[in-house]
Design a protein around this ligand. Structure first.
Ligand SMILES: C[S@@+](CC[C@H](N)C(=O)[O-])C[C@H]1O[C@@H](n2cnc3c(N)ncnc32)[C@H](O)[C@@H]1O
Length: 232
């Protein structure tokens, strides 16, 4: 199949039109964010649907004593956070980590306006530091889904810090695994090289089953195996 730029663009618009419906709250959220000075770098609505679906698919088993927990790295304006929160089981929670106070405050207002404020905590700090603190606070097998969307060059470090917190059967989701202002064919570009290392390490990780969903700028979806060492 000859995959021209025009064909790629048509496909991208088609997927967004057919699979990217948004309600009023989400449809104008990023316009408000940009007007407030935040960068226009949220996930697209078609990726939002994927995030909501993956959260719904990562609910803890009914035998589990704890409520569902999702951890997002990189809140920005709360756009992806709201999609994640909408997939939660009753009683579940999204903890979203953001380093910029103005982003965190803007996001909290939008999250409340979307009606999911009771299910979301925006945690201030650097993602890697907060992951290490959460590991000490929450312990192993305490998270059902991680969504990485903060510093691209730190994804491998995020995974190293998050690994034991993700319960067996839980999901690792990472945005921008094909591009983010750069593209995956730009060999030598520092972000591209860091993501390439992360992608290859995760794809070869004996604890994970992994797929790359080429929506927007690429979404990696991985599931931690129930029993380490199971054959692929
Ligand atoms: C791509 S945006 C997140 C987009 C958001 N997940 C969405 O799709 O709606 C990345 C966010 O990560 C934040 N960020 C940058 N460095 C960070 C760090 N070291 N720790 C936590 N957040 C960071 C930025 O301030 C920005 O808000």
């Amino acid at each position: 199949m000859d995959f021209t730029h025009e064909r790629f663009e048509y496909t991208r618009r088609y997927v967004r039109e057919v699979f990217g419906a948004e309600d009023e709250q989400l449809a104008h959220l990023m316009e408000r964010a940009v007007a407030a000075g935040l960068p226009d770098i949220a996930v697209s609505p078609d990726v939002g649907h994927l995030l909501q679906l993956l959260v719904a698919m990562s609910r803890p088993p009914s035998s589990s004593a704890r409520a569902q927990r999702v951890v997002e790295l990189g809140t920005l304006a709360g756009y992806s956070t709201i999609w994640l929160a909408r997939g939660l089981a009753p009683g579940g929670q999204v903890v979203s980590v953001e380093i910029e106070e103005t982003h965190a405050r803007f996001a909290e207002r939008e999250i409340a306006a979307a009606g999911v404020g009771d299910r979301v905590v925006v945690r201030r700090g650097a993602a890697l530091d907060e992951l290490r603190r959460m590991q000490a606070e929450l312990g192993d097998d305490s998270v059902d889904l991680f969504f990485f969307d903060a510093v691209k060059q730190q994804y491998q470090a995020y995974w190293d810090a998050a690994r034991t917190m993700l319960r067996p059967g839980g999901l690792l989701v990472a945005d921008n695994v094909l591009g983010a202002g750069w593209w995956i064919d730009e060999v030598g570009e520092p972000n591209r090289e860091a993501i390439d290392v992360f992608n290859r390490a995760v794809a070869a990780d004996a604890e994970l089953d992994v797929a790359c969903v080429p929506l927007r700028e690429g979404v990696l979806v991985a599931r931690k195996r129930e029993a380490a060492g199971r054959s692929r």
